[in-house]
Design a binder for this molecule. Sequence first.
Ligand SMILES: *[C@@H]1O[C@H](CO)[C@@H](O)[C@H](O)[C@H]1NC(C)=O
Ligand SMILES: *[C@@H]1O[C@H](CO)[C@@H](O)[C@H](O)[C@H]1NC(C)=O
Length: 347
Amino acid sequence: MDIKCIYVSVLLVVADGLDVRGPSGPLVVPLGSSVVLPCYVDELLLTEGLEVEWRRTGSESLVHLFLDGKSQAQKQQQDYQDRAHFFTDQIHHGNFSLRLDNLRAEDEGQYTCAVYSQQDSGETVVEIKIERLLVSGSDASVSASVGEDVTLNCFVDSHIAPEHIEQILWKKTDGNIQVLLYQNNQALPNSSDERYRDRVGFFTAEIPKGNFSLRLKSVRTEDKGVYVCQVFAGGLSASATVELERLGLSSLHIAVLIFCFVAGSGAVLLLCCLIYYRSKNTVTSSTIWNLQLSLIFFPNFCLFFAFVFWGLTEGFLHETITCCALYILRPVMLITALPCLKYLQGR
Ligand SMILES: *[C@@H]1O[C@H](CO)[C@@H](O)[C@H](O)[C@H]1NC(C)=O
Ligand SMILES: *[C@@H]1O[C@H](CO)[C@@H](O)[C@H](O)[C@H]1NC(C)=O
C-alpha cells in the first residue's frame, strides 16, 4: 500500500514537472512605466544547471536568458537589453521574476517564463496590457437638417474600465462652449451651456461599452461647427473631434422664408396700389380704406406666422412669443391711433 502511494506520487511529480507560477490575470500597466513580471516556484532549486528563459509567447524573440549562473545579455534581443532586469539575487528563493522598464505599446502581449532545472522543467505565461487611451470620433463629418436629431460619436477604446473614467467633456471648439460633462459616473446636464441644456445626452446603455456618443436633439443652424470629446482617465487624456456641417433647411425654415417674402412683396404691392388709387382720385374712399387696412394687417400677420414657425424650429420660446406679440399688437396700436388722425387732418 505504502509503496503504491509513493509510486503514484513520484509519477505525479514527474508528469507535472515544475510548478512554475505567474500572476492570476493580465497585468495592466501605463505606457512608459515599469512592471515586474512574476514567475516563481515554491520549491528550492539548485542554481547549478538552472536555465530561465523569458520569451515573447509564440515567438523566438528572447527577452532574457539566465544560463550557467548568469544573465546572457548577448543572446537577448537588442530591444530588451537595457529594459529587462532579472533579479539574480532572488533565484535561490525560487523567484525568476523579470522587470521591464520604459514600457512601449509594442510590449503588450504574452510572455513565457520557462524554467529548466536538472531534473524538471515548467513554464508559465504572463500577459501585459498597456493602459492607454484611444478615443475615436467620426471620420466623416456629420450633416443634418435643422430640427433633426444627430449623434456625434465618441468611443473610448482602452483597457481602463468605464468606472475608472474620471471625466468626459464634450465641447464646441469655436467659442469653447461646454456641451455636456460626464463626471463621477454620471452625466451632469446642468453644467451644459444654456444653448445645449435639455437638448443633449449620452446613450446610457452604451456607456458601459465605452461609448460616450453625444445625442443632440433638434439641431439649430448655430450648432454647426467642430465638437471635441475630451477623455480623462488614469492620469491620461485623449480626445477626438467630430464636425457637424451642412445644416440643410427644413420645411419649417422654408415656410418661414416664404412668409417673409410674401410679407415683403405684399406690402410693396399694396403700397403701390394705394399710391396709384390715391393719385387717380376716382375710386371710393372705402377701397382706399380697405387697402390701408390690408397694408397694416397683411405684412404683420405674415410675420406673425413666420415667427411662430421660427420658434418651432429654433426653439427660442421667449423670443418667439415677444416677436409674435409685437406683430399682433402693432396693427391694434395703429387702429387705436386712428381717431387721432382727425386732429392732424387740418394741419
Ligand atoms: C521576486 O522578486 C521581485 C524583485 O525583488 C519582487 O518584486 C517579487 O515580489 C518577488 N516575488 C516573489 C514571489 O517573491
Ligand atoms: C455608440 O452608440 C451610438 C448610439 O447607439 C451608435 O450609433 C454608435 O454606433 C455606437 N458606437 C460604437 C463605436 O459602438
